[in-house]
Design a protein around this ligand. Structure first.
Ligand code: ADP
Ligand code: MG
Length: 395
């Protein structure tokens, strides 16, 4: 899939609507991490260099009632964006109306305007989140062309992505282009051997991903909490480990379908309680009564290292253990380290917690690509068509 990108648009003196993902973490009205604003700069700077007029907008948090608006204004984001771009960003605290229209009309080329949180339109009938056709058309009418650079919401059909793109000439921005290149590339035409590593808490969250990647990858390595539902399906003892009773049949089915493509851990770090301070020990592929598996063990790390040797494409979704607790983060850190050393491989992380784990453990720079969209990257890995991308024409 080669989508039209911002480079394919005529931008000079055009009013360029840009859907960014500025859903940044905030505390007491202060932005606590501006990564997402920084990440949008290449697309915005490119449009400005080409002499376009940037009208940028985003959602921030969830807004259902008038009270929810408190602390959800994009004003602080507009200020931060201005600092990062080194130029004033006009902020219009509205999502529609005369004030907004006039401000856009008087915007000159090479300048930036930001309007208010798109989800403020959700208070009166979820117009944004339900892709109200009138709203998409109205927003589209404010500009000449549209650039979608918000991958994190691409799995949802909202007025601010699908709605606008259905009405005017559209393209993807550099961030979305990168997600398509890496995740789309791995899923659709991977360099082989292609190894997938799947972990995290639950089988139920990942059924679609496991099924899709089993059909695409050469090997699928399983770790994390979902291990024990597979163990139980094999009739193994799992102690008090995380298990989804209603997914045991499915796990059994996946095991028989996958044959030796699917590789389960051969040992675990098991503890008496779900706590960093709980006494723990390495056990084999049966978890003793009264204990729970909270990380993969050292033999599994060796096994995974061997399976990953020579891999050309690696997709990783879901931590190998409870990485939030230091004593159960070793498996996840070891996988990061193994992947960091695979010099010829394209290594991709999809999934919110896996990305956080890689960042916290200090491996952020060692991956070819860390996806910015938790839910969107999961759906992409499931092989689903993302509505926010489907609506953008191919080159
Ligand atoms: P992602 O966001 O990357 O898709 P998930 O949300 O599926 O990942 O899973 C992340 C969570 O899984 C983490 O909070 C981690 O603590 C938990 N987890 C990993 N291994 C285990 C385990 N053995 N038992 C319980 N929880 C686990
Ligand atoms: Mg998660």
């Amino acid at each position: 899939m080669v989508k039209k990108t911002v480079k394919d648009l005529d931008l000079k003196d055009k009013k360029v609507l840009v859907r960014a993902d500025f859903n940044v973490p905030m505390k007491n009205g202060q932005i606590t991490n501006d990564n997402r604003i920084q990440a949008a700069l290449p697309t915005l700077e490119y449009i400005l260099e080409q002499g376009g007029k940037v009208i940028v907008f985003s959602h921030l948090g969830r807004v259902k009632t008038e009270e929810d608006k408190e602390g959800k204004s994009l004003r602080p984001v507009a200020e931060r964006l201005g600092e990062l771009l080194g130029k004033d960003v006009t902020f219009v605290p509205e999502t529609r109306g005369e004030e907004l229209e006039k401000a856009i009309d008087s915007l000159s080329s090479g300048n930036v305007l930001m309007f208010e949180n798109t989800r403020f339109e959700d208070i009166d009938g979820k117009k944004e989140s339900k892709n109200d056709p009138e709203l998409g058309k109205y927003w589209a009418g404010l500009g000449d062309v549209f650039v979608n650079d918000a991958f994190g919401t691409a799995h949802r059909a909202h007025a601010s992505n699908v709605g606008i793109a259905s009405n005017i000439e559209s393209a993807v921005g550099f961030l979305v282009e990168k997600e398509i290149k890496f995740i789309g590339g791995a899923v659709d035409e991977p360099q082989r051997p292609f190894v997938a590593i799947l972990g995290g808490a639950k089988v139920s969250d990942k059924i679609g991903v496991i099924e899709n990647l089993l059909s695409k990858a050469d090997k699928v390595l399983i770790g994390g909490g979902m291990t024990y539902t597979f163990y139980k399906a094999q009739g193994k003892a799992i102690g008090n480990s995380l298990v989804e009773e209603d997914k045991i049949d499915l796990a059994r089915e996946l095991l028989s379908k996958a044959g030796d493509k699917l590789i389960l851990p051969v040992d675990s770090v098991a503890a008496t309680e779900f706590s960093n301070d709980a006494p723990s020990e390495v056990v084999g592929d049966e978890i003793p009564e009264g204990k729970m598996g909270l990380d993969i063990g050292p033999e599994t790390i060796d096994l995974f290292r061997k399976e990953l040797e020579g891999a050309k494409t690696v997709v990783w979704n879901g931590p190998m253990g409870v990485f939030e607790m230091e004593n159960f983060a070793k498996g996840t850190a070891a996988v990061c380290e193994i992947l960091a050393k695979l010099e010829e491989a394209t290594t991709i992380i999809g999934g919110g917690d896996s990305a956080t784990a890689a960042q916290q453990l200090g491996f952020e720079e060692d991956f070819s690509h860390i996806s910015t969209g938790g839910g969107a990257s999961l759906e992409y890995l499931e092989g689903k068509e993302l509505p926010g991308l489907a609506v953008i024409p191919d080159k």
